[in-house]
Design a protein around this ligand. Structure first.
Ligand SMILES: CSC[C@H]1O[C@H](OP(=O)(O)O)[C@H](O)[C@@H]1O
Length: 337
């Protein structure tokens, strides 16, 4: 298979000394528009508006937001509190801010904070490459797999989590075909994952979210590979809305279910998925497509953008620390003491 799966995938979050350059993910795939954030407030808005999105990527962006606050003399505790409130579900955001706050509290200056944010970004990229190898090793040669949402370079420091496993699996000749769910309503799969896979020359087909069970019934895929926004102490996993029903269908059809996420997505302080806050976003995101309203005026909508997959439906959790098969709290606490 002649793919051009590049090892140097796009870097959607770029630090330029006094500004954070972000690829506006609301405009993809039609336009590649970059914009600069020069204050922590700019970064908060970018996270809230999903200009930058993806659990690791929003943590990394928030870390740079703290650096911008330090460099521009903002009130650091206030800046960090505002960044922290930008989105509730992805624990990477809180993890990154806690790490930056520890440096602030220890008296770190702007240069030291810049080094800390760079370390957070570099560590994420290294974790993704390692998880790619660990996850790909679980997949038999010649496999067809399915993924949901976007977990690639756009959602991380680069390479990706679930999409990193897919990149590594393709490189290793273990994955022959990828099916990407469109991921209504924000269409991360259709707009972002397909953009990444096509650019890499990876054989990918888009499917409607509603086609996933039919795809699994046909025996076309052997793995569903997804990312995560928060993994609780018992292995319950919050991820993009629609993940839970994929896990149910996968178990029904004997398809394996893999969650891929760095340790910055693990939240051992949260006992179970019942305790994870699920972000509700504006109904307009559901009542329109690409800005064009598709539902009668006056209609209402309910727009939770994450759901929780119970650990018992997960066959493997892949982190950079290793793989947990059939995850439970005992194994989680062993890997994340
Ligand atoms: C690499 S994990 C990305 C994770 O974040 C996505 O959510 P959103 O696009 O709303 O930030 C989705 O849950 C992905 O699995």
């Amino acid at each position: 298979m002649n793919t051009t799966a590049s090892h140097d995938t796009i870097r959607a979050v770029q630090w330029h000394g006094d500004r954070l350059r972000l690829l506006d993910q609301r405009r993809l795939p039609a336009e590649e528009i970059w914009f600069d954030s020069t204050t922590s407030g700019d970064v908060t808005q970018a996270i809230r508006d999903l200009a930058v999105r993806g659990a690791p990527a929003i943590g990394i962006a928030a870390a740079w937001g703290v650096v911008l606050a330090a460099k521009t003399g903002e009130d650091l505790p206030a800046a960090m509190a505002t960044l922290r409130a930008a989105r509730p579900t992805a624990v990477n955001l809180m993890w990154a801010l806690d790490r930056m706050k520890a440096r602030v509290d220890s008296g770190a200056d702007a240069a030291a904070l810049e080094a800390e944010a760079q370390a957070i970004q570099d560590e994420d990229l290294a974790a993704n490459r390692h998880m790619g190898e660990l996850g790909a090793a679980l997949i038999a040669p010649g496999s067809h797999v399915m993924t949901h949402c976007n977990t690639g370079s756009l959602a991380t420091a680069g390479y990706g989590t679930a999409l990193g496993v897919i990149r590594a699996g393709v490189e290793a000749g273990r994955i022959e075909q990828v099916f990407a769910g469109e991921t209504r309503p924000w269409q991360q799969g259709a707009r972002l994952t397909m953009w990444e896979l096509v650019r890499d020359g990876i054989p990918a087909r888009l499917i409607a979210d509603s086609a996933a069970s039919h795809l699994m019934k046909d025996g076309k895929v052997t793995w569903v590979i997804v990312g995560a926004d928060r993994i609780a102490a018992n292995g319950d996993t919050a991820n993009k809305i629609g993940t839970y029903q994929l896990a149910i269908a996968a178990r029904h059809h004997g398809v394996k279910f893999m969650v891929v996420a760095p340790s910055t997505t693990v939240d051992m302080a949260t006992a179970s998925g019942d305790d994870i806050e699920i972000e509700l976003r504006d109904a307009t995101e559901l009542l329109s497509v690409s800005g064009t309203r598709t539902v009668i005026e006056g209609a209402e909508a309910w727009n939770p953008v994450f759901d929780v997959t119970p650990a018992e439906l997960i066959d493997a959790i892949v982190t950079e620390r290793g793989v947990i098969l059939k995850p439970d709290e005992v194994q989680m606490r062993s890997m994340f003491p």
